[in-house]
Structure formats: structure tokens, C-alpha cells
Design a protein around this ligand. Structure first.
Ligand SMILES: [Ca+2]
Ligand SMILES: [Ca+2]
Length: 1020
């Protein structure tokens, strides 16, 4: 995600949505560009309703308002006295000011024009209503009306029905079209022009080749379900004659216009995604797009471009080759020459009508199915990835580490460049590159090997597809020297070249199926990035690690797919413009060929690069059905099950399943597709990702002192409110430790009945459907957020222990643990809340475990953090905070020990929700202590079958976040022979080694800021 602002939407979407609406209203308040222009008119007097009226032909003579209720002097008689005649004019039309009685609440009226002394015509056979605004008595009010339209609008823009820059009608299938909010009556025409050039003015629709008349109808049930947000929109039947020529119509400009009494009252262009799917998808979806090879080894190029008028293939050094369209699928193809294979680079020239460009344009485009490209994605390579030149030695036969069950996964989120850019033990040529993973005995590789040996299973790489923002040749690395802890110089130096440097998170996709070039040793040669990417995967597999790719199918960088099929690949708003709720141009995987692009490119990674899973950015913007189809098809293509999880937030134009059933948290239960849990994250860290100002410090969490170790903002003693907040956080954590399983029972209540920001805290069917985490690339690192919240007096070693408590909470839970790279080394980004473009300086990791750079980086980027700088300065200069190398190594070693504990028994990795319900309990749930969580996992279910491997008769996890020793008595365990887990009893942490269990009384003692695990071996 580019800017990190989508984190934790559950609680914030409403506020953001309201802010957006506020902005929109402000933007429209001065009169829009659609003929509003009332800013030229006099201010509306208090107690007055200004009625604007627009007639298509501008024939206003005699027209006025007949209002029988509302005015201080209502109309009576016929044609009416008084009658409020439109006299004043503005850019919209005419208007008249009517003094009203606000106490009446509304005005009832119609519009008429006398035709004789006692007769009048109405503009429309309807009575109109204007509801008074609450402040009409003091501020006046305006309304806008249109001929042929009975609605009352509150802005000129809203009233403007004629606007063919917009596309407000949707052609959903060959036979059906809808136009939301269109008034009833009148005649509807579908105009078409092969070359574009349609205009609508006083003389009506001009420049069209012809038109078809549409008739009102209703939508079939299937269309009402598929386009659920359009289900109640006025619908129209497309005549058979138009359906017969639908393919040629779709290649030109399309305008629908409503005529009323001979005048055009409404006109707009068409959104055509639905009809393109209806006409083409069944034939297009099974095709192999991009470059494939025929029986003679010749490259076959296929591009889906059903609205294109022509497509040419441009191969380097060759004349343009006209491609041929299959009219049934809309796929253009060309069979080339064998000499091009693994050598030539190509683009396409697509001649197509573009609504955005206002006519027929010729676009030079790259292949969206490109497998690899030259530098900076200018041209795709004619590449046959099965050939030897694309393979590192040993690629075909190398072993992919098997995974017994998804519950066994432990994920480590790592950025390709972060992995080695700062590692002096990596030869310079490999730093920041794919090949760094294949270097032996570097600090970074040794660190990954240690994690893997302890139990880490997956490395999840931030985006590695071809992304737009990093220059693939000649990227720069600024020279920065350490300055004072609060210097603003380093961040200014980073900012000066932030768009030319070699770093970006990469949430800006260009080519979904090709590797990014800046991580290759040679971006210009398309074979190199493929070979080196494979080398990276092979090296990680060789360490026993599996590879997950971060994929971003919810938006692209820019709208380049629109240059191939304008108006198809992106989700459009009601006016026909691209939605941007994800930050950038939102794609529309609810349409068949965007879904196909997603699934086909996922298959490329699974099959050609042998990766083991995918993390979906803003997955809630993708239909659940598309995710399920992807999982089925990709697993089938790979011949093995992969791991699928993502950000299943619920926000934006698709929220609450408005447009389709989303892949959001509440809908994923039982699908086997995982989602990040904001519940456990927020409870561990405290507050939420959108906190600002003092809230960042004040809202402490379970791991950083809430109640049991208040910071200065929260007072020296714990208030009852603070205690209940902590105990609520502890319950969210217990539910997270129980895998967020929806029907797990905690303290007599179902997990699903616990509230988290208006949603159910427990929402999964099985524990591997949740990703538990305390830190991720978005937001402050775990270390940094803890420094905001811990008391300023806490020592560096206590701060390190708080980190272990947070990570241990994640690692000891059912559900898949997820670590942000370097969290086990106290990774800091100098309090940065969004380091997506903050360069190597703020994103560094020291794998030698010597420093976390805190206090030497300076203030984080002004772009993302300046408003918080005053709060950051005292923290950045607090001498208690920078950890020693011993603190960092102690943290690392404690995390390694906890990984080993997890690996030791599947009782900590239960396979199903049923197992969690039967085997996991929280003895302290009804008797909570501040900063303590006690979890018990039994070795046998009530029917005698084992819990997991049943290796222990009892396993008890105690997480003591408080700085002081705590004891807890579990009566049911009195007399049992539990002892500290051997890994911990022989482990790195002397304080944890002091944890104890008094068998006679069943009392556990856990030292401060410690995670202790006790086990009782199962009997023979
Ligand atoms: Ca790139
Ligand atoms: Ca950059």
C-alpha cells in the first residue's frame, strides 16, 4: 500500500468518508463548471427560496412558479396570482426569488405558463416539492429544476442532466442498459458515432451516425444480483437491431439521450464494462493471452482489445504487423517468427475510441501479460521462460520445502532492497538485489537461516512485480551522515532525491506478471531479472523457507490499462470516472478480464517462479468469488496448495458488499483465505493507526503499559476506565490467541459476540484464516510505537522486553504469526509512520544485531510526519531509549526461543476451529489481572482424541506484560507436574528461566515482561 492510510479502516472509514463528502460539498459550493455559475448572481436574501429553472431550448417566456403552499403569499386561482415568474438569469438558466414562511417546512408548487387568461400549460405533469433547509430563515436557500424532470436538486451540478463528458448510464448486457436517477417518461435514444464527434446542444444531438430507440423495461434477476448497486436503477431494453451490431457499436462513441417534448433533457456517455463481459468474456476468458508458442516454436501474440479498431504489433527492427481480431472473443492475434524468441522486444499500437480523450486515438502500449521487459518497462520481451537462459543452475529440480498444514506457517515480511542494501557483508554488486539472497555467509542470510532453523516458514516479500516508481537504471543513493537525534537534515536529504533514489515499497504496479527490474543486476536484459528472481526463490527454498509475494490487484500506477480497452479495467463511479479509494486508480476485478489478468499472472508466479503464497493488498476491494476462483485455479496450475491471505478491510465504494460480495473479513470465514487481524494488533499496540497528536502517546496497549505502567499523560495510578480498557484489550488478545475462531467461547460468550469497532471480534472458522501481527510495513514499527507509549523513564532493557512480550503474544497464538522484518532486532524507522518513500536511511536493518539506529537517524520525513515532530523530538532525544547491542541480541534470542517453542508442538498450531474450541481455554478470563494472560491448551479433547500432536497433557502459556512478577493460581492444575518448557528452561533469557510452577498449589509465577510456557508431558 502506497501511503499506509488504509490500515484499520473498521473504525476510521466513517470519519474519512465524511471528510471526503465535506470536501466534495466545499468544492461544489461555488457553482460548478457544468453551468452553475450562480456566483454571478446576487446573494439569496434571508427567508427566501431561490428557484432556478433550466429549459433545454432556452424558451423561458411566461414560465413561472405556481406555489399553493410555502410562500408568504401563496398562489391562488389559475393560472395563478401571485405567480413567480422567472426573470433573472445565470449560467444555469433563469431564476426567481420567492419569500417563504419557514414554519411551513416546505413549498408545494408546479411550473406553468399561461396560454390564455384562464388557461396554462405545465412543464411536466407533476407537483413539485421543495423541503426547506433548517436555516432558510436566516440564510435563504436555492433549488435547481429542469424541464422534463420532476426532481428538485440542491445544486446546479446535480441538476445538469446533459453532460457527455460524463458516463452516467451503464450498458450492462447486450439487451439491457440502466441510467440511475433518470426521471421517468420521455424517449430514450442510443446514439452512435464510429469516429466520435457527437455533441449535444440547443439543436439537440449532433454528429451521430444514427440512433436506436430504447424502451423502458426491468432488469432480469441475474443482472440485479450481478450489479446489485444498480438493481433499482431505471432500466431500458436495447432493440434487437442494436444488439445485432453491438460489436461495431462498442468500437465507437456511444451517447444516450432522453428527449422530452422534443427537447434533450439528459444526455450522457455509456459505461460499457457489463456489455463487454456479456458479449466477449465467455470466448475470451479461456484464451492464452500474451505470448505463447505454437507447435513450430513460433511466438503467438494475443491481446484482448474488443473495442479497438485496429491493433498492430511493433517488434524491434521489424515493420509493423497488423494483427487479426477474432470477433467472438475480441482477441487480436499474430503469429511471429522463431528468430524473435528470447531476443526481440515488442509493443502494441492500439487504435481505439477513448471517452477520456474524446475521440479515436492510437496508443502505443506494453503487453499487460508481459513476462519480462527491458529497462523501465518500455517494451516486453518475447520470452520463453522454460528455456535455459532464464534458469539458474539447478532450478528445475530444486526442492520446494513442504508444508504440512497452513496452521504451521510463520511469516516474515521483508523488502528485497532492505534485505541487503545496508549489509556490508554482501558484495557491493549484490546489495539491494535479488541475488543477495543467494550469497553465502552474509549477515542477512545467516539471520534468515537462524530464523528458519528456529521455526520460521515463509518469507513474504514486499512487491516484486514490475512497479513504476523506482528508476530501473541510474537510481541514486543520497549520501547522508548521522546527525543529532532531532536533526531535520537527513530527512531533507532523502526527500531531495526520493523519486530518483533506489527505494520505494512498490505498491504501484505496472506489469503484474513480470519481475521488477531495479532489483536485477541488469534491468535492460529481460532474461536477467527472470533468472535472478528465480535464483532468489531457489536460495530461500534452500534455507527451508517458502516464498510469499505481496500482490496489488486493487489498483495500478496510473491508468495504463485504459489505453488498451478504455473504460474497462478500472472501477468507475456514477459519473464514469475512475474510483481512487485505495489511493490510486482502482482496478475492477469484478469484471471478467481483470479477474483473468489477476488469476493468469498469479499462475505465472506459482508455476514459473515456484512461489508458495500470495498476500493481497486491500483484498476487500476484490470480489470474494474472484479470490476463490484464483485459489482454485492457481493451486490446480501449480499442483500444490499455496497460502492466500490479505488485507480484508471494508471501506470505500465497495464497502458492505454494496457492489459485490467482497473478500472482507466477515465474508472469509470458512474459505481458507486468511486476513490480517486489526483486533489483536490494536490491543497489543494500543490505539489505532490513525491516531494523531497526544492520542499516539495516550492510548497505551497491552504490551506498552496501559494501566499497569502508565506514562505521564495517563497519570500515576490506573483509573477504572483505564483498567476496563486494558481488560478489553486483553480479551481481544485472548480471542486472537484462539485464532479469532468465531464460535470459540470466552467467559461464557461466543467470540463473535465480542465487539471490535462495531464488528465481531471473532470471525474465522479455522485458526489459519487469521494473520496475527503487532507490526507491519504500514504504520510505525513495533519498536517505534512502543517508544511513544512506554513511560519515558523505562530502561532500554525493559523496552526490549516489551518488544518480546508483543512478539511473543503473536507467536504463542493459534492463527498464523506474522513478523515485520527486523522487529526481532528492535527495528526502528525513527518513529516514521509511513516509510514508503523514505529511502534506505530510514528503512535500514542491521542484521549483525549491533544497532537499531534509534537516535541517529534524525526526524522522520516531513511529508508524512511533520505535524508530529514536536511530539517526536523529546522521544528521539530520550537517552533511555537507544538499545545496546546486548539488548538487541537478547530480543533476537528470546524470539528465536519462542519460535522453537512453537515449532515443538502442533498444540500451538491447531488445525481447525473445532480443535481450538475443544483444546484452548483461558483460566484467567473471569478473574483478569492487569497485564497478564493465561492460556491453557490440553492434550486431549473430551472424547479422548489428541489436541494437535497431543505431545503434552497440559501446555500453559503465561504472558506477563507488566514490569513486576505476577502469580496466578490455576486450581485445576494443582498436583500436576508442569515445568518450564525445555527450550525456555535452557533458553537465552535468564529472567524467563526464573518462572516457576508450584505443583501443590497450582500457582504459576512469571517474572515481569516475560512470556513463559509450561508443559506437562503426556503420559505413556
Ligand atoms: Ca519497474
Ligand atoms: Ca524513492
Amino acid at each position: 500500500m502506497t501511503n499506509g492510510t488504509k490500515w484499520g479502516w473498521s473504525r476510521w472509514a466513517m470519519a474519512l468518508a465524511m471528510a471526503a463528502v465535506g470536501g466534495l460539498l466545499a468544492a461544489c459550493g461555488g457553482g460548478g463548471s457544468d453551468g452553475g455559475g450562480h456566483d454571478e448572481a446576487a446573494a439569496v436574501p434571508a427567508g427566501t427560496l431561490r428557484v432556478h429553472y433550466q429549459r433545454a431550448a432556452g424558451d423561458y417566456d411566461g414560465w413561472g412558479v405556481y406555489a399553493w403552499r410555502g410562500p408568504t403569499t401563496p398562489s391562488s386561482g389559475w393560472p395563478g396570482s401571485p405567480r413567480f415568474v422567472f426573470t433573472a438569469s445565470d449560467g444555469f438558466g433563469r431564476y426567481v426569488d420567492i419569500p417563504v414562511d419557514p414554519s411551513l417546512g416546505r413549498m408545494d408548487f408546479l411550473l406553468n405558463r399561461p396560454t390564455s387568461a384562464s388557461e396554462a400549460e405545465k412543464d411536466q405533469d407533476c407537483d413539485r416539492v421543495a423541503t426547506f433547509a433548517a436555516d432558510i430563515a436566516t440564510r435563504g436557500q436555492e433549488i435547481w429544476l429542469k424541464q422534463g424532470d420532476c426532481a428538485t436538486y440542491d445544486s446546479a451540478q446535480a441538476a445538469s442532466g446533459v453532460n457527455i463528458n460524463h458516463a452516467r448510464a451503464m450498458w450492462l448486457s447486450a439487451s439491457r442498459l440502466v441510467w440511475p436517477d433518470l426521471p421517468a417518461g420521455g424517449e430514450l435514444r442510443l446514439y452512435h458515432a464510429a469516429q466520435g464527434g457527437i455533441t449535444v446542444g440547443a439543436a439537440g444531438v449532433q454528429g451521430a451516425d444514427g440512433f436506436h430507440t430504447l424502451s423502458p423495461t426491468t432488469l432480469e434477476a441475474a443482472l440485479r444480483e450481478r450489479f446489485r448497486h444498480l438493481a433499482s436503477a431505471p432500466a431500458f431494453a436495447v432493440p434487437v437491431a442494436a444488439q445485432a451490431e453491438v460489436r461495431s457499436l462498442l468500437k465507437g462513441q456511444l451517447v444516450v439521450a432522453r428527449l422530452f417534448q422534443g427537447q434533450v433533457t439528459h444526455a450522457t456517455q455509456l459505461q460499457i464494462q457489463g456489455v463487454l463481459d456479456d458479449v466477449y468474456a465467455a470466448q475470451a476468458r479461456p484464451q492464452t493471452l500474451g505470448v505463447s508458442f505454437d507447435g513450430q516454436g513460433r511466438p503467438v501474440f494475443r491481446l484482448w482489445a474488443p473495442t479497438a479498431r485496429s491493433v498492430e504489433l511493433a517488434v524491434d527492427g521489424q515493420p509493423l504487423r497488423p494483427m487479426t481480431e477474432d470477433p467472438n472473443s475480441g482477441v487480436w492475434s499474430y503469429t511471429g517468427e522463431t528468430s524473435w524468441v528470447n531476443d526481440a522486444y515488442y509493443t502494441y499500437r492500439v487504435q481505439v475510441y477513448s471517452r477520456q480523450d474524446g475521440g479515436v486515438v492510437t496508443n502505443t502500449v506494453t503487453d499487460p501479460y508481459a513476462l519480462t521487459l527491458n529497462a523501465n518497462s518500455e517494451k516486453a520481451m518475447v520470452a520463453r521462460l522454460s528455456d535455459a537462459m532464464f534458469k539458474p543452475t539447478g532450478w528445475d529440480g530444486h526442492a520446494i520445502p513442504p508444508l504440512q498444514a497452513p496452521s504451521d506457517s510463520v511469516i516474515y515480511e521483508l523488502h528485497v532492497r532492505d534485505f541487503s542494501a545496508n549489509d556490508a557483508t554482501v558484495p557491493a554488486a549484490h546489495r539491494g538485489k535479488y541475488t543477495a539472497f543467494a550469497q553465502a555467509n552474509t549477515d542477512g542470510v545467516r539471520h534468515l537461516q537462524a530464523l528458519a532453523a528456529a521455526g520460521l516458514t515463509h518469507v513474504h516479500l514486499l512487491p516484486t512485480y514490475d512497479l513504476a516508481t523506482i528508476p530501473e537504471t541510474g537510481c541514486v543513493t543520497p549520501t547522508i551522515t548521522a546527525a543529532g537525534p532531532t536533526s531535520d537534515v537527513p530527512q531533507a536529504t532523502v526527500a531531495a532525491t526520493k523519486d530518483e533514489d533506489c527505494f520505494n515499497w512498490g505498491y504501484d504496479p505496472r506489469h503484474y506478471g513480470a519481475p521488477e527490474g531495479s532489483y536485477a543486476s541488469d534491468a535492460a536484459d529481460g532474461a536477467v531479472r527472470v533468472r535472478e528472481f528465480r535464483q532468489m526463490v531457489q536460495a530461500l527454498h534452500g534455507m527451508g523457507l517458502r516464498v510469499v509475494l505481496d500482490v496489488v490487484y486493487n489498483h495500478t500506477s496510473g491508468s495504463f490499462l485504459d489505453r488498451i480497452v478504455p473504460g474497462y479495467y478500472y472501477r468507475l463511479n456514477g459519473d464514469g470516472f475512475i474510483e481512487r479509494s485505495t489511493c490510486c486508480e482502482n482496478t475492477a476485478p469484478e469484471y471478467a478480464m481483470m479477474e483473468k489478468l489477476m488469476i493468469d499472472t498469479l499462475k505465472t508466479w506459482a508455476v514459473e517462479y515456484k512461489v508458495d503464497g500470495f498476500r493481497f493488498d486491500i483484498m476487500g476491494h476484490i470480489p470474494l468469488a474472484a479470490m476463490q476462483a484464483a485459489r482454485t485455479e492457481v493451486d490446480a496450475a501449480a499442483g500444490r496448495p499455496l497460502l492466500y491471505y490479505g488485507e480484508a478491510w471494508n471501506f470505500g465504494e465497495v464497502a458492505d458488499d454494496r457492489q459485490f460480495v467482497q473478500a472482507r473479513q466477515a465474508n472469509l470465514r470458512g474459505t481458507g483465505i486468511g486476513s490480517f487481524s486489526d483486533r489483536i494488533r490494536d490491543a497489543i499496540r494500543g490505539g489505532g493507526p490513525f491516531d494523531a497528536g497526544d492520542d499516539v502517546l495516550r492510548r497505551q496497549g497491552f504490551a506498552n503499559g496501559r494501566c499497569y505502567d502508565n506514562n505521564a499523560l495517563n497519570g500515576s495510578t490506573c483509573t477504572s476506565d483505564q483498567r476496563s480498557e486494558l481488560h478489553y484489550q486483553q480479551n481481544l488478545i485472548r480471542l486472537g490467541l484462539a485464532g479469532s475462531v468465531h464460535d470459540f467461547v470466552l467467559n461464557g460468550r461466543l467470540a463473535s459476540s465480542y465487539d471490535y469497532g462495531g464488528q465481531s471480534a471473532g470471525y474465522t472458522a479455522d485458526p489459519y484464516e487469521v494473520i496475527n501481527y503487532a507490526g507491519v510495513h504500514d504504520g510505525e514499527t513495533l519498536f517505534d510505537i512502543n517508544q511513544f507509549k512506554l513511560p519515558s523513564t523505562a530502561t532500554a532493557s525493559e523496552r526490549a522486553r516489551a518488544q518480546v512480550v508483543a512478539l511473543g503474544t503473536v507467536l504463542m497464538g493459534q492463527g498464523i504469526p506474522f513478523l515485520h522484518a527486523g522487529d526481532e532486532l528492535l527495528r526502528s524507522k525513527s518513529l516514521d509512520r509511513d516509510s514508503y518513500n523514505a529511502g534506505d536511511w530510514f528503512n535500514r536493518i542491521d542484521w549483525s544485531a549491533t544497532t537499531n539506529f534509534f537516535g541517529t537517524m534524525g526526524l522522520p520525513s516531513a511529508e508524512k510526519n511533520r505535524v508530529e515532530w514536536d511530539r517526536m523530538r523529546p522521544i528521539l532525544s530520550n537517552a533511555n531509549i537507544p538499545p545496546s547491542a546486548a539488548d538487541i541480541r537478547a530480543t533476537r534470542d528470546a524470539v528465536l526461543d519462542l519460535l522453537r517453542v512453537r515449532r515443538d508442538t502442533t498444540m500451538l498450531r491447531l488445525r481447525s476451529g473445532a480443535d481450538v474450541r475443544e483444546c484452548v481455554s483461558f483460566p484467567d478470563a473471569a478473574d483478569q489481572r492487569d497485564g497478564l494472560i493465561v492460556m491453557r491448551i490440553v492434550g486431549r479433547k473430551s472424547d479422548g482424541s489428541p489436541c494437535g500432536d497431543g505431545r503434552y497433557a497440559n501446555l500453559v502459556v503465561l504472558i506477563n506484560a507488566a514490569p513486576v512478577d505476577q502469580t496466578y493460581s490455576v486450581a485445576a492444575l494443582a498436583g500436576r507436574s508442569l515445568s518450564l518448557h525445555p527450550v525456555l528452561a535452557n533458553g537465552s533469557d535468564a529472567r524467563v528461566r526464573g518462572a516457576s510452577f508450584a505443583s501443590g498449589s497450582g500457582v504459576f509465577t512469571v517474572p515481569g515482561r516475560s512470556v513463559a510456557v509450561f508443559v506437562e508431558p503426556a503420559g505413556p
